[in-house]
Design a protein around this ligand. Structure first.
Ligand code: ADP
Ligand code: MG
Ligand code: ZN
Length: 477
């Protein structure tokens, strides 16, 4: 029996506001527990929420980038449930009048090519606090720094058909949200969290099967792995003659399995009602039009332009356009007349490797666009070899010095001078008559020995093309 997976994703995006959604507390990460709190986000009786106006503005901008209709009079609602990280015993969210609806997003995968994923809705809400279970103690501690941090929840239609598509969808949301600047998109800090709803249906059947929801997947890889695991688990259950239970599950990233957290019947009676403490959120059509006209170039358009204007491969263009920080850096380097291909290779290769290894972002790395552009120019003109360029690159990161300074200080300039190289070559031939003999007897591979010796004598600075040509001339002649 063949099954088709049906997947719908709910993604929480943390917004890049300086203060929380309903109070003026800071959203800064890493503060001592409960340092960023006040009567409002502590849920003290009588404290009243006041909406941070940047939140609906960010929501509308993301909604426009995701082709949504923007509601001009959206409303907050209380979602009631009890949990120790939620001091008011309700979360302020939106219910029947969310700020954005009816959007879509196009993704592309190897298995299905291009597909359009419907966006059901995007709503604004506050985050909850965090429970800390201290080691060796049976107590739980509550940190409310995160309580009231603004989130957008993006709910997709059940249009995703594979684990690969689920990952591509989440990556695309990340690329768009960071490009328009509504989120910093720092995955390590949980700025993007995904709940994956997965069901199977016999191939050809219209009706959906029963779904499970796996919560809180905070990396692209986890989304892919969890959807894939859940598809396989459900397939085995069905083939075993068992029924899928609608339930909430969690992902265990160490064991790479999902496990049941609670069945759906126990949850989900939230008694939503409009929040009487907050007025209707009004956005004017003028403001919405202004946002529409001022959206920056989105990742898809940027990718196509990079291919067209700079002749990059699809994969390279995809990589560079997925992050605003990287794409802006790339374009700054190009504006300094660096070769697009070389600049692209250095950014995707060595620079990305250094960022991954050090966990630093571009901002924290000592590499100005000017220095990288200069490095590529020295390579292009043949003044340095690409091997020496690696040494210079490491030195630029360590000292933030310009490449010409490093080349000068360390004497790294490539030697292309035929007089100088020719003299070294003649000396080498004279000192190694045996190898010259072998070469002339037809064992031409021996030229490698001479090239190696020349490189040694020039400390890697000899121009390989010139060296090869000179050696050939002398050995053949
Ligand atoms: P809830 O409010 O209980 O989470 P929703 O109807 O809002 O339920 O759906 C939440 C998510 O589940 C949406 O992304 C939707 O596309 C997805 N979904 C709904 N039904 C299914 C199904 N049978 N299989 C997979 N995903 C589904
Ligand atoms: Mg849900
Ligand atoms: Zn507060």
């Amino acid at each position: 029996m063949q099954f088709e997976p049906v997947v719908g994703l709910e993604i929480h995006v943390q917004l890049a506001t300086a203060s929380k959604i309903f109070c003026s507390c800071s959203t800064e990460f890493g503060k001592p527990p409960n340092a960023n709190t006040c009567p409002v986000c502590l849920g003290l009786p009588g404290a009243l929420p006041v909406l941070n106006s940047q939140v609906p503005e960010f929501a509308a901008q993301l909604g426009l980038a995701l082709n949504c209709d923007i509601r001009m009079d959206s409303q907050f609602a209380r979602k009631n449930y009890f949990y120790p990280d939620l001091p008011k015993a309700y979360q302020i969210s939106q219910f029947d009048r969310p700020i954005c609806e009816n959007g879509w997003l196009e993704i592309e995968t190897e298995s299905r090519g291009k597909s359009r994923i419907g966006i059901t809705r995007i709503h604004m809400e506050e985050d909850a606090g965090k429970l800390i279970h201290a080691d060796g103690s049976d107590e739980s501690l509550v940190d409310l720094n995160r309580a009231g941090v603004p989130l957008l929840e993006i709910v997709s239609e059940p249009d995703v058909r594979s684990a690969e598509e689920a990952k591509a969808y989440m990556e695309k949301i990340h690329a768009i949200a960071t490009t328009i600047g509504v989120s910093d998109g720092d995955m390590e800090k949980g700025h993007l969290r995904c709940d994956a709803n997965v069901s199977l249906r016999p191939l050809g059947q219209e009706e959906f099967g029963t779904r499970t929801e796996t919560k809180n997947l905070n990396s692209f890889r986890f989304v892919q792995q969890a959807v894939s695991y859940e598809m396989e688990r459900q397939r085995e259950e069905i083939l075993d003659g068992k029924k899928i239970v609608q339930e909430t599950r969690l992902w265990d990233s160490d064991r790479k399995v999902t496990f049941s957290m609670r069945s759906k019947e126990e949850a989900d009676e939230y008694r939503y009602f409009p929040d009487p403490d907050l007025p209707i959120v009004r956005l004017s059509s003028e403001l919405i039009e202004t946002f529409r006209n001022n959206l920056p170039e989105l990742p898809d358009a940027k990718r196509l332009r990079f291919i067209e204007e700079h002749g990059l491969s699809t994969n390279d263009a995809e990589f560079l356009s997925a992050s605003r920080e990287i794409s802006e850096y790339f374009e700054k380097v190009l504006a300094l007349e660096a070769s697009p291909k070389l600049a692209c290779n250095w950014i995707i290769g060595d620079l990305t490797r250094v960022m991954n290894e050090s966990g630093k972002t571009l901002k924290d790395i000592n590499l100005s666009p000017e220095h990288l552009a200069d490095l590529t120019k020295f390579i292009e003109s043949g003044e340095i070899s690409s091997k020496i360029a690696k040494t210079i690159f490491e030195e630029m990161l360590a000292s933030a010095k310009a490449p010409e300074v490093i080349i000068e200080e360390k004497g790294l300039k490539q030697i292309s001078d035929e007089g100088e190289l020719g003299r070294i070559a003649s000396e080498l031939l004279a000192a190694n008559p045996e190898q010259v003999e072998q070469y002339r007897a037809g064992k031409t591979k021996v030229i490698g020995f001479f090239v190696g010796q020349m490189m040694k004598q020039t400390r890697g600075r000899g121009n390989p093309a010139v060296i090869n040509r000179l050696l050939k001339e002398k050995l053949d002649g």
